[in-house]
Design a protein around this ligand. Structure first.
Ligand code: 4NP
Length: 156
């Protein structure tokens, strides 16, 4: 069977998308379906290339049992070939990622991550970078909720 290939995307690839990636990896492993998934993350910006996720994001994740240890990279045009579903954290990401899409039609692969979040009002994952610790907890709450929604949608 062909794996589901998922790419999580935010601006810097050091807070929201590595958290979504790590939570999704954890969830599919726990569900015993890790081999059915290819999971990665990237940023529309390149300022943090090669860096580990933000320490605050790692610390909040560790308190919930996650190890966020991916290395930041920028989105590439071949991501549109190598992934089936590209999940962006906010509408700015949705606008910015267009410039990496080889063809306009490739944008059919791109969805807002919050399309998979249920029973919460957010339609975007708020950028926690310039805020306090609450923001990182909200990112994790949304990541856990949306990852469950994705697993359910893709297992159906
Ligand atoms: P992220 O958060 O997009 O969730 O990784 C940010 C990380 C870095 C910056 C902005 C947002 N920055 O301006 O450097």
């Amino acid at each position: 069977m062909k794996p589901h290939r998922l790419l999580f995307v935010c601006l810097g690839n050091i807070c929201r998308s590595p958290a979504a990636e790590g939570v999704m990896r954890h969830l599919v492993a726990e569900a015993g379906v890790a081999e059915q998934y290819v999971i990665d993350s990237a940023g529309t910006g390149d300022w943090h290339t090669g860096q580990l996720p933000d320490n605050r994001m790692r610390q909040h994740g560790a308190k919930r049992g996650y190890a966020f240890d991916s290395r930041a990279r920028q989105v590439r045009p071949d991501d549109f070939t190598n992934f089936d579903l590209i999940l962006v954290m906010d509408r700015q990401n949705l606008r910015d990622i267009r410039e990496f899409a080889p063809r306009a039609t490739d944008m059919v692969k791109v969805r807002l991550f919050c399309d998979y979040v249920s029973d919460r009002p957010e339609t975007e994952v708020p950028d926690p970078y310039y805020g306090g610790s609450d923001g990182f907890e909200i990112v994790l709450d949304l990541a856990e909720n949306g990852a469950r929604g994705l697993l359910k949608a893709l297992s159906a």
